[in-house]
Write a protein that binds this ligand. Sequence first.
Ligand code: SF4
Ligand code: SF4
Length: 336
Amino acid sequence: MGMTESISFSEIQRLCAAEGLTAGGVLSPVPQQLDSTWLDRMEADGLGDMEWLQRTRTQRLHPTHMMPEAKALLAVAMAYQPTAECGELKRARYTAGKDYHHVLRSKLGRIGVILGQRCGSTSKGRAAVDSAPLNERTLAQMAGLGWFGRNSLLISPEVGSYRLLGFLLTDAALEPHHAGHGEDRCGKCTACEKRCPTAALVDRRVLTTRCISYLTIEHKGIIPKALAERFEGWWFGCDLCQSVCPWNRFATEPDDARLRGREIDADLLAITAETFDQHFARRAIRRIGYERFRRNLLVALFSLGQQAACQMILAEGLPLVCAQALELGIKPIADL
Ligand code: SF4
Ligand code: SF4
C-alpha cells in the first residue's frame, strides 16, 4: 500500500474482529463541528452533577480538539452481557464483567498502533471510551450505527442497544464507511416511556435528574424520596428502558469473556469499607466509592420495603447514608 492510499474498510473490519469488536463506521475526514441540539437540550433540562458536560462543551462539539492532526475517526461497538442478574437488588447488565472502559480502550489502543504503522506514522491515535470529551452518541449516529430510540439510546436494528461504543481518532487515512443505519424504527412503540419508573423519558430524551442510572452513578448527594420510592431495587444503573425494547431480542453475547458476569453479586450487605475495593476490583461499580454504594443500597432496599436491611446499612453511621435516611424518613432503631 502506498503511503497516501487509505486503509480499506474490510481491512479495518478484520483488525477489529481480531479484537472481538464490530467495526461500525468511519468518519473521514473527521467532522469539525457537531450539532449542539442534544447538549443544549440536556443543559436546559438540568445536568445535575454532570456539570463536566458543560465544562467540556467546546471539545465535545469539535471532535478534532482531542487530536488536531486526526484524519479519520473509527467508531466500534462491543456487545455486553444481555442477560439480567436475578434477585431483588439489581444492577445494570453492563457491570457484570470487568470495567469496559479499560477493556475497550486497550483494544482500540492496539488497533491504533497497527493503523499508525500501516501508514508509516508513529502515532497511536487517541482512543475514547466514555470518559473523553467527545460527543460520542452524535458521532456514532453520524457513522450510521443506529437511531436514537425513545429511550434516547442508540439502537441498531441488528443487535439492539446492549453494546458499548468506542472511538479511535487516527492520523492514518481510512476509507470512509457509513454503517447504514439511522432510520427511526421506534414506530408507534412507547414501551420504554411507559416502563420508566421515574417518568424520566419525555419527548425522546432522558431527564437526567430523574433517571435512576444518573442518580445511582453520577449523583453525589441525596436522592429525593419521591424518586427513591420508585427505584424497584436498582442499586447501580437501570436497564428497564432497554429490557422492554423489542429490538433487544436481537442482542448478542459478548465475544470477550471479561465482559461476562461470573457471579451474581450476592451478599451485597456484607461488603464493608475494607472489602469494597477488592470485591469490585476492575469493575465499573468501584468508581462510585463505598459511601455512595451504601447510599444506593439503602435507597434500593427502601424501594423494596426492606426496613430491617435499611437499619443494617444505617447502623454504620456514614454521613451520606444518614442524610439519605433522613430524606427517606428512616429513623435509626435507637431513636424510635
Ligand atoms: S435508565 Fe431507568 S430510570 Fe433511566 S430512563 Fe431508563 S428506565 Fe428510566
Ligand atoms: S422500547 Fe420502543 S419506543 Fe423505546 S426505544 Fe425501543 S422501540 Fe423505541
